[in-house]
Design a protein around this ligand. Structure first.
Ligand code: CDP
Ligand code: CDP
Length: 210
């Protein structure tokens, strides 16, 4: 059983993916961490984010477990991740790992940008989670503040808009709602309400398979 969750930055897809995985007793992969690991490794090595060949080489041997999640979730790493994620060779290098994770015995929950369209088009249930850019910027701003990154809300909003445009506009696996994905707009919903709606949608789609 494969559950695919896609959506833009700070839409709450990771939170929902983790809860769905716990609810159904399935392993979970946050695929954004793979791109973040590549972006972080590029920055750490002092490489230009324009260097597509270097990004592809790094992606081919990346081990996201080598970095702690705290490091990968930092603001500048998200921007670097989105830059390297538009390189087709980088996406290709990360494909096998993600497909293998999705197709492990028993199934899995994956969240990202292209799970329902590229990584697991055959997923049993697909959710496309979104919220207004303003709502997402406020959520991300709070998270960064908790980590000690004191940015202006306007800067966080500008970063989210730029990343949305890049992720949706790229030619390789752009962020797009799969035709058979269920839409959840949680702009006006709290974490708990968003979870209840997500679970109801997924449970209805899975029917008596679970
Ligand atoms: O948590 P947030 O939504 O801000 O970002 P993320 O999911 O960790 O992803 C960081 C970046 O990686 C995104 O802006 C995308 O460009 C890229 N990404 C992707 O292209 N495909 C995925 N399946 C997951 C992430
Ligand atoms: O994975 P993604 O970047 O899409 O978002 P996340 O890390 O799951 O959630 C971003 C933040 O939004 C977290 O601090 C959540 O607690 C918060 N949030 C949410 O997930 N859902 C709501 N309906 C409201 C807030």
């Amino acid at each position: 059983m494969i559950i695919a969750i896609d959506g833009p930055a700070a839409s709450g897809k990771g939170t929902l993916a983790r809860r769905l995985a716990a609810h159904y007793g399935l392993p979970h992969l946050d695929t954004g961490l793979l791109y973040r690991a590549v972006g972080h490794a590029m920055l750490e090595a002092g490489l230009s984010l324009e260097d597509e060949a270097a990004a592809a080489r790094i992606a081919a041997r990346i081990d996201p477990a080598a970095y702690d999640e705290e490091t990968l979730k930092a603001g500048p790493v998200g921007e670097a991740a989105s830059r390297v994620a538009s390189v087709p060779e980088v996406r290709k290098a990360l494909l096998f790992l993600q497909k293998s994770f999705a197709h492990q015995p028993g199934g899995a929950v994956l969240d990202g940008r292209d799970i329902g369209t590229v990584i697991a088009p055959e997923a049993d249930a697909k959710l496309f989670v979104t919220a207004s850019a303003q709502a997402r910027a406020e959520r991300r701003w709070h998270e960064l503040l908790k980590r000690g990154e004191q940015l202006g809300l306007d800067d966080v909003l500008a970063d989210i808009r730029k990343r949305d445009a890049r992720d949706s506009g790229r030619s390789s696996a752009p962020l797009v709602q799969a035709a058979d994905a269920m839409l959840l707009d949680n702009t006006a919903l709290g974490v708990e309400e968003s979870w209840q709606q997500a679970l109801a949608l997924v449970a209805a789609r899975l029917g008596d398979r679970r």
